[in-house]
Write a protein that binds this ligand. Structure first.
Ligand code: NFS
Length: 640
């Protein structure tokens, strides 16, 4: 039973209630699906055309070709390409909507929005070749929004932000013909190439997979991060809390869930409106709490310190507390189970995106011109729902944990360099002198196959014990926050001696929360800065870094994994990509591809073993760079 693997006390408490009351959760539905289809798991089921579905027998005794003749290689690679395109499309569509908000703001049609980081607005404009001299923020926003939108439909050329990558990576992409040209163009071409009877060579299919993923990492996701910083403010490290205990028994509770900070940012402001607070008090509540789930949580946490109610697997559990007046969902990672869970309670679920319509759920589609009015309307609906709360059904777990979040590629400069030494030099120096082994990205989803996020915790503990500085985003960051690992004290309690010294000197936790999943782009940018600073490699592939999304589940995670691999990194997933039925494809993406792009995949479900795959990789890069031996430990701080 995957439920038995759940470790978070808040989740355990609510799952007991769910069992007693007969409320269904993701863990029940997952169990009901087991054993899962073996052909599907191995990527050996093809549904691309209506001669199928066809399947390839992985034991070699049954059919080895689909009706059209497609081999295991073609089927596995084609499906992987399509899923990666879907992931890339999701992040990129998020960016597109932000660009449209810029255009609306520029035209004076965005109520409640303003440019909160005008300096970054000008910096990004310089990259896009937009002159800003003598222009108002509003006029610049319009120009930038329109310029960025052009990159979606661009047919030829190269994405502007991809020029941030070191020359070595850009040359590799050009030589392989995988430099992303336009964002939508790469998604469309991947769909076209994977139609029945099109691309059949798995090498070629993996080439398009990498290009569509690069269009996400150095395109859609990076644009989403930069535009969000300009519009909602660039994050600075701040303290906040995470886990279901942030929900308050005596207040109106509103959950913001999904990925886009656009309307949720205005809702956070509306919930602090004195008139609405007065209204809440008139209904018997002491105040209004807004808390987040998934990456809408991360977006509002890193900029405004909004508490985090939970990660992906906790979305239904938040409703099961019985104390949520409204759950406002925008796009992505919203389980259909949310609306089903809400039927047992007074909770009102409201969708704010016409792209994510849910049966039986009211949609208040975001209109930038009326955003403040809409946010107030939503908060009022939640307040009006407060008296409907059934007190006998309220069960709020006590768990909530302190955290520090809000690190970015820019502000790490100041934290690692001290206030007056803004540079990556101290990071590079501490890597070179063997205090820090390297940098490990631990990101991505939580998956019921593995319990409820505990694999992230075991993985990061092993990494910091071995002096790896960990950077995080997404639900992995939330999971580690709930465990108390995002407190600076973690350095003293768990980090290896070298990492501990650096964290103490700089005053940072050994795990740096860098935001939402689109903010994995911040990790790319930080790696570029490490290369630019010098001394630890001339390309991203030479850096002593590695990444993991051990509990991955979304297609977005595939796009992220692939853009890191194509940018030269090792990426470890827990359960393999669904290509294992083809030995050739598996070997190609886990071994051969490293000689081509510098990065590769590894699959390992045991978190400690996964950590050591990353550590071994980092050590091999240290060796190639002839860096000093680790200062306090050699080869490992603690061998397992
Ligand atoms: Ni990423 Fe963020 Fe979480 Fe996974 Fe979903 S919220 S975009 S996809 S589940 S980390």
């Amino acid at each position: 039973m995957s439920r038995k693997k759940v470790q978070d006390k808040a989740n355990i408490e609510l799952l007991k209630i769910a069992r007693k009351e007969g409320y269904e959760t993701v863990w029940d539905r997952y169990e009901a699906q087991t054993p899962q289809c073996g052909f599907g798991m191995l990527g050996m089921c093809c549904r691309m055309c209506n001669m199928g579905p066809c399947r390839i027998d992985p034991f070699g005794t049954g059919p080895q070709r689909g009706a059209c003749g497609a081999t295991a290689e073609t089927i596995a690679a084609r499906d992987m390409a399509r899923s990666t395109a879907a992931g890339s499309a999701s992040h990129s569509d998020h960016a597109r909507d932000l660009a449209k908000t810029f255009v609306a703001l520029g035209k004076g049609e965005a109520q409640g929005f303003e440019i909160r980081d005008p300096a970054k607005l000008r910096l990004i404009c310089a990259e896009y070749g937009i002159s800003t001299e003598g222009k108002t923020n509003q006029a610049i926003a319009l120009e930038l929004g329109e310029r960025v939108l052009k990159e979606f439909g661009q047919q030829d050329g190269e994405l502007v932000l991809a020029r941030r990558a070191p020359k070595k990576q850009q040359d590799i992409w050009r030589n392989l013909n995988i430099y992303p040209r336009g964002i939508d163009r790469e998604v469309v071409e991947t769909l076209a190439r994977t139609h029945e009877g099109m691309d059949q060579d798995y090498h070629n299919l993996i080439q398009t997979t990498m290009r569509v993923a690069l269009a996400d990492g150095w395109g859609g996701s990076m644009i989403a991060t930069e535009l969000s910083d300009i519009l909602f403010g660039s994050p600075q490290p701040l303290r906040a809390k995470a886990n279901l205990g942030v929900i308050k028994e005596d207040e109106v509770n509103i959950i913001i869930h999904g990925h886009e900070p656009t309307l949720s940012d205005v809702i956070v402001t509306a919930a602090r409106d004195p008139e609405l607070l007065k209204l809440a008090k008139e209904k018997g509540a002491k105040g209004i709490t807004v808390a987040g789930i998934c990456c809408t949580a991360n977006e509002n946490l890193i900029r405004r310190g909004v508490p985090v109610a939970g990660n992906f697997l906790q979305q239904e559990l938040a409703i099961l507390t019985g104390a949520i007046e409204a759950m406002i969902v925008d796009i992505q990672c919203i389980m259909p189970g949310v609306a089903q869970a809400a039927r047992h309670f007074h909770t009102k679920v409201i969708s704010t995106s016409p792209k994510a319509s849910i049966p039986g759920v009211e949609t208040i589609a975001l209109e930038e011109a009326r955003a403040v009015d809409q946010a107030k309307e939503i908060v009022k609906k939640a307040i009006a729902n407060f008296p409907n709360r059934d007190k006998s059904k309220v069960n709020i777990p006590k768990e909530s944990m302190e955290l520090v979040a809000g690190f970015t590629a820019e502000n790490i400069f100041y934290h690692l360099g001290g206030r007056f030494r803004g540079s990556y030099k101290p990071l590079n120096e501490n890597i070179a002198n063997g205090r820090i082994r390297g940098v490990a990205g631990v990101v991505g989803c939580d998956n019921p196959k593995m319990g409820s996020g505990s694999h992230h915790i075991a993985l990061v503990k092993e990494l910091i014990k071995n002096d790896c500085l960990v950077v995080q985003t997404g639900c992995a960051a939330i999971e580690c926050a709930k465990e108390g690992l995002l407190r600076p004290e973690t350095a003293y309690e768990m980090a290896g001696e070298g990492l501990q010294e650096v964290c103490k000197a700089v005053g940072i936790p050994p795990l740096l929360h860098m935001g939402a999943c689109v903010d994995n782009s911040r990790i790319l940018i930080a790696c570029c800065e490490m290369v630019r600073e010098g001394g630890i490699g001339k390309g991203l592939d030479e850096l002593p870094v590695a990444g993991a999304a051990i509990e991955w589940m979304a297609e977005k995670a595939m796009a992220i994994g692939w853009y890191f691999v194509a940018s030269g990194a090792l990426v470890v997933f827990g359960t393999p990509l669904k290509v294992a039925g083809s030995e050739a494809v598996t070997t190609y993406i886990t071994k051969d591809i490293e000689k081509i792009v510098g990065g590769r995949w590894a699959f390992e479900i045991d978190p400690v073993k996964a950590a050591h795959i990353m550590i071994d990789h980092i050590d091999s890069k240290r060796k190639a760079l002839k860096l000093a031996p680790m200062l306090y430990t050699q080869p490992y701080h603690v061998s397992t």
